[in-house]
Design a protein around this ligand. Structure first.
Ligand code: ISJ
Length: 256
């Protein structure tokens, strides 16, 4: 059997554990894995350090030579849990929103929600030093993404789950990240990737065990009830709607 070699950039969060498992156990793929926060995954693809990448949907306008591949994504049909805005005032009273610098999709999503759902015009600040969230001033809100959200749960009076907010606005699921390859990549490479991701999504429990996660039931609940990996027709439509609404706002040109 022919084995395809490649380098793959993927997100270093719990939600990517099934994909990583599938790639590591694939029989037709040998991949060097570059694991990093979402904005750095986009950077690794743009800088050609990776041929394939799991990238934030919000980074797609920065990637002329990328095409979306596979039937898998990081999405949510219900609450996502790990993409939240937290504050000590109701969101309608927020005057400043700090944007997690690891995010490219949710940093755009929160701007859409501010304009179309919450009807607020806060000051936007980039959040790189997370100690700023330790003693927030009245009116300050924070976008947090990924595993760090688990550590902030219960620390603020108000938590807004952005997949819930998007569903309230549009009635649709949400797509946070998609798999991309360079346009014109070999079909054997894409086929090998597709079957490795399928393998991972079918073996979520084994993937958690192999990852060494200390709270396995908790991780399993999150990966099966919050994260939705299938990039189906409804999610493709939701992604189109997001990309259309996000056109009014520019993604950060220098991710990572
Ligand atoms: C669901 C999540 O989605 C992530 C959010 C991203 C973003 O905001 O740019 C990008 C990739 C996703 O892995 C999460 O952070 O937990």
């Amino acid at each position: 059997m022919a084995v395809v070699k490649t380098s793959i950039a993927a997100v270093s969060y719990l939600n990517t554990v099934p994909f990583i498992y599938g790639i590591r156990h694939a029989d037709k793929l040998r991949a060097e894995l570059l694991l990093a926060p979402p904005s750095a995954c986009a950077r690794n693809f743009i800088d050609r350090k990776a041929d394939i990448a799991l990238v934030p949907a919000g980074a797609l306008p920065l990637m002329d030579d990328a095409e979306i591949v596979t039937n898998y994504c990081i999405g949510a049909e219900k609450s996502v849990r790990t993409v939240t805005v937290m504050s000590n005032v109701p969101i309608g009273e927020a005057t400043v929103i700090h944007l997690d610098s690891h995010s490219m999709t949710s940093a755009l999503l929160v701007r859409i929600l501010a304009a179309e759902l919450w009807h607020i015009r806060p000051e936007w600040r980039e959040l790189t030093d997370y100690s700023a969230a330790e003693h927030p001033a009245e009116g300050e809100a924070f976008l947090f993404i990924g595993d760090k959200v688990f550590g902030y749960e219960g620390k603020f009076r108000y938590t807004y789950d952005l997949a819930d907010c998007w569903r309230e606005l549009t009635g649709k699921p949400f797509v946070f990240a998609v798999w991309v390859a360079r346009k014109g990549s070999a079909p054997e490479l894409i086929d090998a990737l597709e079957s490795s991701l399928e393998l991972g999504v079918e073996r979520i429990w084994e993937a958690i065990v192999e990852s060494g996660h200390s709270e396995k039931d908790y991780a399993y609940g999150y990966l099966t009830e919050n994260i939705d990996f299938l990039f189906d027709y409804q999610k493709r439509q939701a992604l189109e709607l997001f990309r259309d609404k996000a056109k009014k706002f520019t993604p950060r040109a220098n991710p990572g």
